[in-house]
Design a protein around this ligand. Structure first.
Ligand code: ACO
Length: 150
């Protein structure tokens, strides 16, 4: 059900924009990343994006489930798929970043074994032209989480 998007297929920006603010921000990483899609009834309903940081570390740059299908366990399924895939490919560490007010995401990532290891201070203020709000709180810092794959 989860497969890599082929080069000639359309990038599912509508889904990627649920996890990132602008196409400009997405285009900074999408061209040198791998895109994995989850399909149901021939429709792409969820996506995750992997970018190699170095030989041992890979980052989930974007993960999104269509609004209609959220809260049904698909996000957790995708994260576990990403973790297994990366482990099988010999990477030692998988990382993911999210906003400081993104309570649901922070919960979910820790639930599947990620741990906070860094904070990119003022990331959302310095990198985006407009303030971004989540859970009615302005996003300021990027919380970085990692999972070791030994
Ligand atoms: N409110 C609070 N908690 C919730 C909600 C909700 N509305 N929906 C789900 N959860 C909790 C659940 O309780 C579940 O835990 P549990 O099984 O212990 O109860 C846990 O989150 C996982 O739920 P899933 O159903 O697997 O999550 P979902 O399929 O909705 O996917 C995701 C999570 C990817 C965050 C999705 O909601 C989404 O696409 N959101 C918008 C985009 C986004 O924020 N992406 C992440 C940005 S960071 C990045 O991309 C690197």
């Amino acid at each position: 059900m989860i497969r890599q998007l082929r080069k000639e297929e359309e990038i599912p920006y509508d889904l990627l924009l649920l996890a990132d603010e602008t196409i400009k921000a997405i285009d900074k990483y999408i061209k040198d990343s791998e895109i994995y899609i989850f399909e149901s009834e021939n429709k792409v309903i969820a996506v995750y994006v992997l970018q190699i940081i170095n030989k041992g570390i890979i980052e989930i740059k974007n993960i999104a489930v269509s609004e209609k299908h959220q809260g049904q366990g698909i996000g957790e399924f995708l994260l576990k798929d990403a973790i297994n895939r990366v482990k099988e490919n010999g990477f030692k560490t998988i990382i993911i970043g999210t906003g400081d007010a993104a309570v649901k995401q922070l919960y979910l990532y820790q639930k599947v074994g990620f741990e906070i290891f860094d904070i990119k201070k003022n990331f959302f203020i310095d990198n985006y032209p407009e303030p971004i709000f989540e859970n009615e709180i302005q996003l300021k810092h990027m919380i970085m989480l990692k999972k070791e794959l030994e």
